[in-house]
Design a binder for this molecule. Structure first.
Ligand SMILES: NC(=O)C1=CN([C@@H]2O[C@H](COP(=O)(O)OP(=O)(O)OC[C@H]3O[C@@H](n4cnc5c(N)ncnc54)[C@H](O)[C@@H]3O)[C@@H](O)[C@H]2O)C=CC1
Ligand SMILES: O=C(O)[C@@H]1CCC=N1
Length: 267
């Protein structure tokens, strides 16, 4: 399969690395289109394939075109891509909030898959939800699913609308996790630890706790109860969280992210 990636920043590069790691594309069949000069240099340093700064007629010869520019940069791609795209190609977009209908219209192209990955894709530990226009046939869909699975796990959604919620939950989710970890490390520093010690205590706690969620035969409430002794330290912390409506704040933030994804969909 010949693959072209347009926009090789965080996510484009994560996808490129995953495909190469699992030998899913040959370097000579791999085109990376990146307009940032610094970024191009970074790409060149690990020689992933053919690197170019512009969308030219050669794009029309690739089986799959991955769109991984920011939604606001999509207009900078449209005219050049529309001029060279050919009907048998499949477009895979990971742009937040840009709908399949929008992509079909501006590119005058029918076969479009829309996906929402997240940054753990860099380690092959991402989760991607995706959906497709009816013009993508089953063989094409399976091939793209195999590619996505090189970046982690995946889930197919029938309804494109649900991708707004996916964006808010798992697309943006790593940032929420890092935010909580950062606050816990700050608390450790306030209690007198050096940053490195606080970070070690917090990171290992998060790692171990994640494995407990995954393997212990207990609900989240039961896991919390197993830590929080009556009249103890955890209870004191949880009371403070509840007084500040921390759970409502987190839920509200995630719903705000969903709303923003819907706004982006309207253009
Ligand atoms: N960062 C994240 O956690 C996630 C991002 N996304 C989506 O992935 C897309 C990319 O996000 P990031 O990789 O974080 O952004 P990024 O800013 O790191 O990468 C975008 C790249 O596209 C390049 N670019 C812009 N216009 C171009 C053009 N006309 N031709 C060629 N290259 C061009 C930029 O120079 C940049 O290197 C966005 O649409 C975002 O919504 C989706 C899931 C997670
Ligand atoms: O913040 C954003 O818009 C993108 C989509 C999901 C994660 N990053």
């Amino acid at each position: 399969m010949k693959i072209a990636i347009i926009g090789c920043g965080n996510m484009g590069l994560a996808f490129a690395r995953a495909f190469l790691k699992f030998d899913l594309v040959k370097k000579e069949d791999f085109l990376l289109v990146e307009k940032g000069e610094d970024r191009m240099e970074k790409l060149s340093s690990f020689q992933p394939g053919v690197i170019t700064g512009v969308i030219g007629p050669q794009i029309g010869t690739y089986d799959l075109i991955i769109l991984s520019v920011k939604p606001q940069d999509f207009p900078s791609v449209q005219e050049a891509l529309r001029a060279v795209i050919t009907p048998n190609q499949v477009v895979l977009s990971i742009m937040a909030g840009v709908t399949i209908a929008n992509i079909q219209t501006v590119l005058d192209h029918k076969a479009v898959i829309r996906a929402m990955p997240n940054t753990p894709a860099m380690l092959g530990m991402g989760i991607t939800a995706y959906t497709a226009s009816p013009e993508v046939d089953m063989t094409q869909l399976r091939k793209v699913e195999n590619l996505i699975n090189a970046t982690g796990r995946s889930v197919f959604l029938e309804e494109e609308e649900q991708l707004n919620a996916v964006t808010a939950l798992s697309g943006s989710g790593p940032a929420y996790f890092f935010y909580v970890v950062k606050a816990m490390i700050e608390a450790g520093k306030k209690m007198g630890f050096e940053e490195s010690v606080a970070a070690l205590l917090v990171k290992q706690t998060m790692l171990g706790s994640f494995h407990l969620i995954n393997t212990a035969d207990k609900s989240l409430d039961e896991l919390i109860k197993a830590v929080a002794s009556k009249g103890g330290t955890t209870e004191a912390a949880l009371k403070q969280f509840e007084a500040g409506n921390l759970d409502e704040t987190l839920i509200g933030g995630i719903l705000a992210a969903q709303m923003r994804s819907k706004e982006l969909s309207k253009g």
